[in-house]
Design a protein around this ligand. Structure first.
Ligand code: ATP
Length: 345
């Protein structure tokens, strides 16, 4: 089976081809091709209009590259009449409406061109499922630490339940707002990681309420600390230690409440080495197993859309073009999980 995935919820105009193992190729590994064109703002954070302009320019190119790749895998050539893919999956949301509309339009066009089914994927469930797929875990708790979101998910009775989430801003967005204040270019996460290595811990507000967390107070306190003359490296170190300890605490509580012994990480902030180490140590201490996917599957990417799209397609979970509207506030717990039980392990 070969599925084309298209992602474009915010900054990543991305297309991918996911192919399940083919006995004829004598390999047990599935194959994932990803082509991404990233939007990088000239100044400030992600500007929705600029992001949509970028999406409009970049999506046709990355999609054509993925189609060409699919033709090569199918043993044909671009321009062949035969469909090199079995289905087209696209990110329906959550994300920026103008970007999502471009992605959905491209997906509908490709589905019609090759006369194949369309699959509408929840971007946050894809962040989770790519980790579950690559780890081979059955029913893990998932920490999604991304730019616009932060939540802990666990599976129960046919849905991924939100066990805990941010009460205000997404975790990456909080970090990016701080780095904008300092004058660093977007995205700020990798810069905070670099500067934190040379810093001494600076205390910042630690806000966990039940299973939920809040980042806006930390962001304001971090900005204030820099304005008050605290070395920026120390503030970066304090941000990492505080925010990641909060995420680790809630992840541990979710493991404890659900009785799960597997944790997967998803989202762009998950590329942070310190966060991965804290989660890894917590899991080790409680006898759980931790899995973080490769970086290319953590940040926004169409590979995860194609992988979940393939599972949904195999379960018959496709949508008609007339029902394929986008949903910019699409929550992960709105998704009926149709593919568990039908997937090959
Ligand atoms: P979402 O998936 O919720 O739509 P998003 O579209 O912003 O979020 P992601 O690719 O998941 O996209 O995450 C991007 C975020 O990851 C940015 O806020 C960026 O600063 C952050 N980030 C990237 N690398 C690192 C890192 N090494 N450490 C911390 N944060 C990082």
């Amino acid at each position: 089976m070969r599925v084309l995935g298209i992602e474009g919820t915010a900054w990543a105009a991305s297309a991918a081809v996911f192919e399940t193992p083919d006995p004829a190729r004598a390999t047990d590994d599935d194959h994932v091709f990803i082509e991404t064109d990233a939007y990088a703002p000239d100044s400030g954070g992600i500007h929705p209009r600029e992001a949509a302009e970028h999406m409009g320019e970049a999506i046709p190119t990355v999609v054509e590259m993925a189609i060409e790749h699919a033709h090569e895998r199918a043993g044909g050539a671009n321009g062949d009449d035969s469909a090199p893919i079995d289905a087209v999956a696209f990110a329906r949301g959550p994300g920026l409406g103008p970007c999502l509309r471009i992605v959905a339009t491209a997906a509908r066009a490709v589905a019609q061109r090759f006369d194949v089914p369309l699959v509408g994927v929840n971007h946050m469930v894809a962040h989770l499922e790519v980790g579950r797929h690559r780890s081979g875990f059955d029913s893990p708790v998932c920490l999604n630490a991304s730019g616009a979101n932060a939540h802990i998910l666990g599976y129960r009775n046919g849905r991924y339940r939100v066990l805990g989430e941010t009460m205000d801003t997404g975790v990456g967005n909080a970090i990016d707002k701080f780095t904008r204040h300092v004058g660093w270019s977007h995205p700020g996460g990798p810069k905070v990681e670099r500067h934190a290595r040379d810093g001494e811990y600076h205390e910042l507000p630690y806000v966990v309420k039940g299973m939920d967390f809040s980042f806006s107070g930390i962001m304001s306190a971090a900005k204030q600390a820099v304005d008050d003359g605290v070395p920026v490296d120390d503030v970066c170190r304090g941000m990492e230690e505080t925010i990641f300890a909060m995420l680790t605490e809630v992840a541990e509580r979710a493991l404890s409440l659900t009785g799960a012994d597997e944790l997967v990480l998803g989202g762009g902030v998950g590329q942070n080495d310190r966060l991965q180490r804290m989660l890894g140590e917590m899991c080790e201490q409680r006898g759980a197993t931790f899995y973080a996917p490769e970086h290319r599957f953590l940040r926004d990417n169409a590979g995860m859309i194609a992988i979940l799209g393939a599972k949904m397609y195999a379960a018959g979970d496709t949508i008609a073009i007339e029902d394929s509207r986008i949903d910019s506030n699409f929550r992960p717990d709105e998704v009926a999980v149709t593919w568990r039980g039908t997937e090959e392990s």
